[in-house]
Design a protein around this ligand. Structure first.
Ligand code: GLN
Length: 487
């Protein structure tokens, strides 16, 4: 069955013409048609253009490219020419971008076939996918539960085998957290590794594109195609991208031997659910069994991360989202009486409650009287959090921790309590604030719901992350498990 095969297997079958791009595309379109009514992972589907594209690949387009003929879905935050880009918002319900994001362009250059755009929290603000204008995604492991967010559609689509891989973005955990909650592998690279051009901005100093797939090996192939310098993104880093797949291929069975892995004690303190803790401890024991040296470390400013992030991210969002004014593009209210009415009603009707809340918080912390007390102070605490990591990486090669305090929660459970929703991000926000690369790797289950192990590496050490995850996946099979009903 094509949806249970790895990307590498699919790519070699495609290259050897054991399967055509059209057949593979049809297979996944059929799975989407069969399951997505229930899961709601896709906001837009583009069956016709996918079929045409697959036929073109079979006819020789992108011949020899690494992922030629591989179906993929893009988070609806990435601009796609000709297919609506909604960012999960009513504001952009009618928006079709005139250009492709760099990520979309690069993956197309590698030969991928886009099947659709994945559901997400509105403007990527959320941890459960419930802020989406298009309704929440359901977790394939138990459809009464959230898939996580904001890239919940991408994570759930990969978990259910509706696509072999999907793109995502991570501002404060939006790749790692849904990957953990849906039991798939997700990687958020170092800030600057993947271009933000054409990725709708939420908090520009934190936003970073990345991807989801079943395994580290699959993530390596997709990340490879996405990464690299882009002159159109001023924060994109001009630095060579290693050949991630080759690095994994060349690594021996002893990759973890002698690797020094730090466990930050703040991530194992009060708040971590007992059953999840056991799963994480078992994963760490596996690292140790494979020769890793485990040491306790401290990241003393961890408890400042939630408040720091929830000042900085809204501040940047309030500025970035000012462009949605009902004038240039996106939603416009009916019959405005004057300019002020046009702005107020277009934004009031076009944005959902969580987005409005963030804009108001952001405008408040940036306002003249409060700037020093909130925004400036948060900039300083951000530095302290980043310094914790650079100090820690003086002594360890890798950091291992939980991704979340508990497995997925029920749909609706935290919807009316923004603070408890925000607190959900405690373990993912620090690495985002520091701009570090991070991964979530399937590590086990609690009551049938997946638990993810978080791995963090020093800046630009994605290879080390992928290498460690790959080694772990050689001796465990959590990443191969499939939710019942989606086999
Ligand atoms: N859950 C966090 C938030 O709501 C992070 C979201 C993200 O990474 N895009 O802002």
């Amino acid at each position: 069955m094509s949806h249970t095969r790895s990307i590498r297997e699919l790519a070699s079958d495609l290259a050897a013409k054991k399967i055509s791009a059209v057949e593979l595309t049809e297979h996944f379109l059929k799975r989407i048609a069969a399951h997505d009514e229930r899961l709601n992972t896709l906001i837009s589907r583009n069956e016709e253009s996918a079929r045409e594209r697959a036929a073109a690949i079979d006819a020789g387009d992108n011949a020899g490219a690494a992922l030629a003929g591989l179906p993929i879905a893009h988070k609806d935050i990435f601009c796609t020419r000709g297919v609506r880009t909604s960012c999960g918002s009513r504001m952009l319900d009618n928006f079709v971008a005139p250009y492709d994001a760099t990520v979309v362009e690069r993956l197309a250059g590698a030969g991928t076939v886009t099947l659709g755009k994945t559901n997400m929290d509105e403007f990527a603000m959320g941890s459960s996918n419930e802020t989406s204008f298009y309704g929440s995604v359901r977790n394939p492991w138990n459809t009464d539960y959230v898939p996580g967010g904001s890239s919940g559609g991408s994570a759930a689509a990969v978990a259910a085998g509706l696509v072999p891989a999907a793109t995502g973005s991570d501002t404060g955990g939006s790749i790692r957290q849904p990957a953990a909650l849906c039991g798939v592998t997700g990687i958020k690279p170092t800030y600057g590794r993947v271009s933000r051009y054409g990725m709708i901005a939420f908090a520009s100093s934190l936003d970073q594109g990345g991807c989801f797939a079943r395994s580290a090996e699959d993530c390596a192939a997709v990340l490879q195609a996405m990464s690299g310098f882009d002159a159109r993104d001023s924060t994109s880093v001009e630095r060579e991208v290693p050949d991630y797949s080759a690095v994994l291929d060349s690594q021996g069975d002893d990759f973890l031997e002698g690797l020094k892995v730090g466990l930050p004690k703040e991530y194992f303190a009060e708040g971590l659910d007992d059953a999840s803790r056991k799963v994480i401890e078992a994963a760490i024991a596996e690292f140790e069994a494979r020769g890793a040296e485990i040491v306790e470390i401290t990241l003393p400013h961890t408890d400042l991360a939630v408040s720091t992030y929830y000042v900085l991210a809204p501040a940047e969002a309030s500025s970035n989202l000012a462009r949605f004014d009902g004038v240039r593009y996106g939603y416009r209210c009916e019959n405005p009486v004057d300019l002020e009415d046009l702005y107020t009603r277009s934004r009031g009707e076009g944005f959902g409650r969580e987005v409005q809340r963030r804009i108001m918080v952001g405008a408040y912390v940036l306002s003249a009287g409060y700037y020093d007390a909130y925004y400036l102070k948060a900039q300083k605490t951000r530095r302290l959090i980043a310094r914790d990591f650079s100090d820690a990486f003086e002594n360890v090669d890798l950091i291992a921790a939980p991704v979340t305090q508990a497995p997925a929660f029920k749909l609706g459970e935290k919807l009316d309590d923004p603070v408890s929703m925000y607190l959900n991000d405690v373990y993912t926000l620090p690495a985002s604030l520091a701009g570090l690369p991070g991964m979530s790797v399937p590590a086990g289950f609690v009551d049938g719901l997946p638990v993810g192990l978080q791995l963090l590496a020093p800046w630009f050490e994605e290879s080390r992350l992928l290498g460690a995850a790959h080694a772990y996946q050689q001796s465990t099979d959590w990443h191969t498990k499939r939710p019942a009903g989606f086999e």
